[in-house]
Design a protein around this ligand. Structure first.
Ligand SMILES: [Ca+2]
Ligand SMILES: [Ca+2]
Length: 520
């Protein structure tokens, strides 16, 4: 009985064993089948995911053919891209300065939220922002291979290959300053220490573009496209440095433009008479020469022509990359976005450079083309560079990230008239904001001073209507961001603070009766 029982028990347990073994085997097979199905569907999904080509210009204002910012500028490749995509004609940066602008668009937060207002710090060095998932990281986390060329972040161009959570997985050309450089500056010494970057003119003299760093950025992007592994979608960048100073270009790009005053922008000498004095605080003392110095040194035509030549040279580099995209059969399945980090003044409002809250500083090219984007559209609704992150994630069906402050432009990419209720907001240090709607530009300075321009009828923003339109001011003030953080620890370079009524520029108090530096 006992034996029998044991036998029975043994048989039962053997049966149970066989049964459980069978179930395990079956489960394994089901798991394998499910994994295969999941893997197949994921890989077919990612194989069909659109690629992203992320093209950046530096300090490029609205002097782009299709934007109408300068009547003579020649940008045939950018214009052709706009013609087959959607051009945002009223797009604005979140800051008129490299580091805050680029940090903002790459992490999807406003400078007034991060407190990154100056050329330093690098946001990963700031404890509360160190782990932010940046735009390329979000793509990498979702099956994309990410490739970097040239200037995308303000200073970061390369990281070690074995780094955890790298900003990009593959690093190409470093890009950067307008090399090769002449043995000495081409223009006379500039105020504020004769900064090496404040220079422009024909260089190199041999008319050879292939030695230039921006040529190399395009070439490396082309090489990556030519050798792109199959099977995984890519997020590839080409970040160009020009027309950032020094504006060196070869003779053939200068030859596109007349060497006379017909290329100069219109700039009334009294344009700042109706502007608050605190506007000067936002660009109090800078290496970029004031217009007075430019004219006294006979540099106005030379600077404008050098800037235009540099823009056309970059347009040519963009054309080279787009040609490679096409040649490799990627065009139909690649979303292309072209942007500039902020604009540049070339004499308007009596200055050269950025660091202002007017159109020349804030208005930038922003073009989308590719799958999901309607071609041949111009959208005049306000748009922000901050919107690129959620827009690209939306177009590529990536999971939504809660921390992003921008909003997807996908509705406007399919219908340029789709409603958008939000204006475009730019800040330059704590308390200084510009707010742009379809009709108005409202500016609020840290001391409470205000400006208002009717941008529909006063494209150049010459007439400040703040004292005449109290109702409009009231409406526009409502858009001032509720979060307005001061400079984060480690901030420096072009940082303005204002505590207890005292403006401080780069650590030095601006006295009540101080004259505007190097403007006398
Ligand atoms: Ca810049
Ligand atoms: Ca004026």
């Amino acid at each position: 009985m006992f034996l029998f029982s044991r036998e029975v028990v043994g048989t039962t347990s053997r049966l149970l064993y066989f049964k459980s073994d069978y179930i395990v085997l079956l489960m394994k097979q089901i798991f394998l089948l499910l994994s295969t199905v999941l893997w197949l569907s994921l890989s077919s999904l990612s194989a069909h995911k659109p690629n992203v080509l992320f093209l950046a210009m530096d300090d490029q204002n609205d002097w782009i053919g299709c934007m109408g910012g300068h009547p003579l500028v020649k940008t045939p490749n950018i214009d052709a891209l706009a013609a087959r995509g959607t051009l945002f004609t009223n797009a604005h940066t979140q800051s008129p300065l490299c580091n805050p602008a680029r940090t903002s668009l790459m992490v999807g937060l406003r400078p007034s939220t991060t407190g990154i207002h100056g050329l330093a710090p690098w946001f990963r060095d700031v404890r509360q922002w160190a782990d932010l998932v940046s735009l390329p990281q979000h793509f990498a986390n979702n099956g994309y291979q990410t490739y970097s060329n040239g200037k995308i972040y303000h200073s970061l161009r390369h990281q070690p290959a074995d780094m955890d959570d790298p900003e990009f997985q593959h690093w190409g050309a470093i890009g950067g300053f307008g090399i090769p450089k002449p043995p000495k500056k081409l223009i006379p010494p500039t105020p504020f220490g004769d900064h090496a970057l404040m220079d422009w003119g024909v260089w190199p003299l041999d008319n050879d573009d292939t030695t230039k760093s921006d040529w190399e950025v395009a070439s490396k992007a082309i090489e990556m496209l030519d050798n792109m592994p199959k099977g995984k979608p890519f997020f590839l960048t080409a970040g160009f440095y020009l027309p950032h100073v020094p504006c060196y270009a070869t003779q053939k790009w200068f030859d596109l433009y007349p060497d006379d005053a017909s290329i100069l922008p219109k700039m009334p000498k009294n344009d700042r008479d109706d502007v608050p004095f605190s506007s000067w605080w936002t660009h109090w003392s800078l290496p970029e020469p004031r217009q007075k110095w430019i004219e006294e040194n006979d540099q106005d035509i030379n600077l404008v022509r050098s800037y235009l030549a540099s823009t056309s040279f970059i347009d040519n580099q963009i054309g080279r990359v787009l040609e490679a995209l096409d040649r490799n059969g990627f065009t139909d399945n690649t979303i292309i976005v072209l942007w500039s980090d902020h604009g540049y003044h070339l004499g308007e409002k009596l200055i050269t450079g950025k660091n202002t809250l007017w159109a020349r500083s804030t208005r930038v090219p922003l073009i989308f083309a590719g799958p999901g984007v309607k071609g041949g559209q111009k959208c005049n609704l306000p748009a922000e560079l901050l919107d690129m992150y959620p827009t690209l994630a939306d177009l590529c069906d990536l999971p939504e990230l809660k921390h992003l402050e921008g909003i997807s432009l996908v509705p406007q990419l399919t219908n340029a008239n789709a409603s958008r209720k939000r204006p475009a907001i730019t800040s330059h240090n704590q308390g200084n904001f510009s707010i742009v709607s379809e009709k108005w530009r409202y500016i609020h300075y840290v001391d409470g001073a205000e400006e208002l321009y009717d941008i529909e009828n006063d494209y150049d923003e010459w007439t400040n209507l703040a004292s005449q339109k109290p109702d409009v001011l009231k409406k526009m003030r409502k858009w001032l961001p509720k979060i307005d953080n001061g400079p984060v620890e480690g901030s420096s370079h072009r940082v303005l603070t204002y505590y207890h009524g005292v403006p401080v520029w780069e650590g030095k108090i601006i006295g009540e009766n101080d004259p505007v530096p190097h403007d006398d």
